[in-house]
Design a protein around this ligand. Sequence first.
Ligand code: XIL
Length: 464
Amino acid sequence: MRPKRALLATATLAVAGALTVGMTLAMAPVASAGTTLRAAAAEKGRYFGAAVATGKLSTSTYTTVLNREFNSVTAENEMKWDATEPSQGRFVYTGGDRLVSHAQANGMGVRGHALLWHQQEPGWAQSMSGSALRSAMINHVTQVATHYRGKVYAWDVVNEAFADGGSGGRRDSNLQRTGNDWIEAAFRAARAADPGAKLCYNDYNTDGVNAKSTGIYNMVRDFKSRGVPIDCVGFQSHLGTTIASDYQANLQRFADLGVDVQITELDVMTGGNQANIFGTVTRACMAVSRCTSITVWGVRDCDSWRGSDNALLFDCNGNKKPAYDSVLNALNAGSGIPNPTTTPPNPTTTPPNPTTTPPNPTTPPPGGSGCSASVSLNSWTGGFVATVKVTAGSSGTRGWTVSMTLPSGSSVTGTWSATASGSSGTVRFTNVDYNGALGAGQSTEFGFQGNGSGAGMTPTCTAS
Ligand code: XIL
């Protein structure tokens, strides 16, 4: 305790000193500085947004902060495929429309999220493949983008299609298996349906120059050179306790291709650096003239999908955290977008300069002659999403089953790319028709969402 107090006192003095020195210089901008995130961002021609769960719009602490501080909203789940087309050809827009009305009534823009994603696919689509899936997904893009035409300023047309690890290649999914051109087909369909929305590709673990972000960079460069309609790249920015030193340089290299960049799902693990990291991200965006919006993935800490990470700008009572001040100051100190325009400039022809720093791949151990499985979890209070990687052993598989025992009180609420038998206790997940056959050492992924906790689940894989 003692040393900490001493440190704190010194730090406070140092900050006070810095402020006094900075004061005269900063006087003029401070006079017109925004006092809320939305005002400060708007003065600089940008959006400052939050992911919203429409179910919370009737909670007054939540809505008070939302309406006061944000001028953009993203549906946390309501515009995803499972929500908008729960059975094939039956479209449900209730949740999304509710958010759009709220936004319109409160002077906010709407970011559409997400037309196509391998997660939160409805069950009927999970079990489709090939040309049937290709036409179902294009129809989905067309219908949903048409419904929201003129109501969203940007769409995440495709979410998370690149693999983690050092390959820089695509992630395996039933969408990917319809052909490598599925992404451009989706962008073309989205442009035809809503020519006014900025069309974005959105992904995570792209917070610096790395193999994954370079894979995406190369795709965007290729799209621009061939006239595939892409206008922006979203950087989710779900961050831990550090941030890549080339975060800004990475945004800039994409901007230099002639696309806007947007920070789309920012949240930062709590800890000594949280306020600094939020500030660094905001400064990076403000320093890139094509960085048009920053969205945080929730309003208060207890709204976050990251549960106990306390990853957001407000505490559960709606009080501003130090990270809030850090963001507000960075917005006020930043420069405005010089000439906000909707016409992207010509793509540059600068060759890419990919570096090959691989992120940490999560390769499961080889499974001998059978198969092996490993699980990664995204948890929040009361729920989780589990992504399970199945890897064939030296003989390959014709089919596989993964058994997992859920903690008592937890249950499976939805599954993609596998069929679940049972929903609590020991649940068996069996391959669907298109992902049972794996060559030696090959992998596939499936996933499920659950209520309760997913902690401590150990998958066992059996091959047939
Ligand atoms: C998350 C939501 O916050 C959760 O409520 C939901 O259960 C799972 O999805 N990347 C994305 C977002 O693009 O859509 C995810 O949102 C978080 C990771």
